[in-house]
Design a protein around this ligand. Structure first.
Ligand SMILES: NC(=O)c1ccc[n+]([C@@H]2O[C@H](COP(=O)([O-])OP(=O)(O)OC[C@H]3O[C@@H](n4cnc5c(N)ncnc54)[C@H](OP(=O)(O)O)[C@@H]3O)[C@@H](O)[C@H]2O)c1
Length: 545
């Protein structure tokens, strides 16, 4: 068996993936090249093996396949290779309006850009740790630092996830000999723009912003060898991001309308702060309505005269709350017992609401639970469940209820994110902060698309809120000072007011919380990530001596 190190690259047939393959072959690595395009991949493997004298294995695999990662892993076992470097590069930009697409292509695109990266990392990193050496390079994007925008609902949100995910995992892996780097290129001369129908964007980008994929791959390899958690390619891009840090997010959200000629075409009329159905029946769906912020939302909406569908797992608690709301506010209530960490839950909720026949004008995607385990210690089923409740169910329920709202010319989707979504990745936040960053960018993107129709999507970002969360989060008692804690009723009330006004992102927190959050956003990510990690080690009861 060859003694050379092995690099596995997804999306290796073209563009940046091919550049990574060339770079690692030049450095004397054997290769495992993964892609769907068999002929191109075979040709590339033959060329690289002949030119650099390395072994180049080909794995033809469609990454949309739910079993793709297991199949790739099994193939590497069959080949008898240990993967030392994993490059999660495969990606595709679905250049369509989220609201116009059916769910399956959106689900597949999210899977390719996010789930596959997380699963590949979860699958291939532990053996690297056992051998004491390894590199994971996740190809994110500059857009992961930017707010969401038109036609970016899956792309920007997935890339926003990958940055803190890589930072947090890099911290989790300290001292193991393995490190994780998110590489953030800007515009690269690859086939992506033509394949995705993004010629209008390509034609509007000035020459000095274009990057050569070979150079990006070289920079990524150097950054990974130095253990950098994040690397932004190209000086102009680094300058743009420095400027973006001090530019209001609302202004940055407009960039896609400027870049995309087609995104400027709008239809419908915006209906700012007024309820569609001031006189008629109106209904709301709240997930995670049995406790905390969700229960407060259910009450806020019932008080406003909405019939409320309450979703969570604890039937008895939900039934009590539903009866209480009906009695106090004279509204209809309906209880749906669903576990949102299960893949079938959003479909079941949508079907039940259709049967009920209530016009759902407000959806509050709030259900969640803390995820602060070490990522590599979590069984895959737990990681998958966390992604399902925190990310996929939010996207699917948003998608399912938008058409009815658009048809009725009014609606509000409130996606409960968190202040943590603005933080760099830190110890034990590998999935949570990343998921919340993803939800923020996702909500902004969809909001930008639906705004002209009178429907708005709001990412609600609370700071610490007094709910059942603290006990579930295993926080040491007294670890959150009173001045940093909000009441859940205030979060729900302020959140609903912001959504009613049509705010795309709203931060709800005490004044000191907002200040800390601003410092986190402006400060150097690596330092802030370390500060947060030290703080969290002290806060989590099981980590305190
Ligand atoms: N509390 C904070 O400091 C804070 C800060 C920022 C953001 N947030 C976000 O706010 C949201 C609500 O948190 P909270 O503080 O109100 O927490 P909480 O008091 O623990 O309530 C969580 C709610 O989610 C439901 N839920 C949990 N797992 C579920 C599952 N698998 N399927 C269906 N429902 C599930 C729970 O109901 P059942 O147990 O009955 O299923 C409960 O109704 C979360 O998205 C959280 O990320 C919280």
């Amino acid at each position: 068996m060859s003694q050379r190190r092995v690099a596995l690259i997804t999306g290796a047939a073209a563009g940046l993936g091919a550049s990574f393959a060339e770079r690692f072959a030049r450095d004397g690595y054997d290769l495992v090249l993964v892609d769907r395009q068999e002929q191109r991949l075979q040709e590339s493997a033959r060329d690289l093996a002949a030119k650099h004298g390395v072994a180049a294995h080909v794995v033809v695999q469609d990454l949309y396949d739910l079993a793709a990662v297991e199949k790739i892993y099994a193939r590497t076992r069959q080949l008898g290779v240990n993967v030392d470097v994993l490059v999660n590069n495969a990606g595709f930009h679905l250049d369509k309006l989220f609201r116009d697409l059916p769910w399956p292509p959106i689900r597949d695109n999210m899977r390719l850009l996010l789930d596959v990266v997380v699963e590949m990392t979860h699958r291939f990193t532990p053996p690297m740790v056992e051998r004491g050496w390894g590199r994971v390079i996740n190809v994110a994007s500059m857009s992961g630092f930017m707010p969401g925008g038109v036609r970016l609902a899956t792309y920007t949100s997935a890339k926003a996830f990958l940055i803190p995910f890589s930072e947090a995992l890099n911290l989790e892996l300290e001292g193991t000999g393995v490190n994780v780097t998110a590489i953030c290129p800007g515009f690269m001369r690859t086939d992506l723009f033509v394949n995705s129908g993004l010629e209008d964007v390509r034609d509007s980008v000035p020459w000095f912003l274009w990057l050569d994929p070979g150079r990006v791959a070289d920079e990524a390899v150097r950054a990974a060898s130095r253990g950098k958690p994040v690397h932004v390619s190209g000086l102009p891009n680094r300058l743009i991001l420095a400027a973006a840090k001090v530019t209001p997010r609302a202004l940055l959200r407009e960039r896609t309308r400027i870049l995309h000629r087609s995104a400027r075409a709008t239809n419908g009329t915006s209906n700012g702060g007024h309820d569609r159905a001031a006189g008629g029946p109106k209904a709301a769906l709240v997930t995670g309505a049995s406790a905390g912020i969700g229960a407060s939302f259910a009450e806020t909406l019932a008080r406003e005269g909405y019939d409320v569908v309450l979703v969570a797992r604890r039937r008895e608690v939900l039934e009590q709350k539903a009866a209480d709301l009906s009695r106090r506010f004279g509204v209809r209530t309906h209880v749906l017992v669903q576990d949102l960490s299960e893949r079938g839950a959003p479909d079941a909720i949508v079907a039940a609401c259709q049967q009920l026949g209530w016009p759902i004008d407000v959806v509050v995607n709030n259900a969640g639970y803390p995820v602060n385990e070490l990522f590599l210690k979590m069984p895959w089923a737990d990681v998958d469940a966390a992604l399902q409740i925190l990310v996929r169910s939010v996207a699917q329920l948003t998608h399912a209820f938008l058409p009815g709202m658009i048809a009725r010319k009014w609606g509000r989707v409130i996606n409960v994110a968190s202040l943590a979504g603005f933080e760099p990745g830190s110890y034990r936040s590998t999935l949570y902060s990343s998921a919340k960053a993803c939800v923020i960018a996702f909500s902004e993107s969809v909001d930008a698309e639906v705004e002209p129709s009178g429907v708005r999507v709001t990412a609600l970002c609370p700071g610490f809120t007094k709910t059942e969360w603290a006990s579930k989060n295993n926080l040491a008692s007294g670890s959150v000072p009173e001045m940093l804690s909000m009441e859940s009723d205030d979060v729900a009330r302020q959140g609903f007011e912001a959504a009613r006004r049509g705010s795309a992102v709203t931060v709800v927190g005490t004044a000191p919380q907002r200040l800390i959050s601003a410092v986190f956003r402006l400060g150097p990510r690596r330092t802030i990530g370390r500060l947060l990690s030290n703080k969290r080690r002290k806060m989590i009861a099981s980590d305190t001596p």
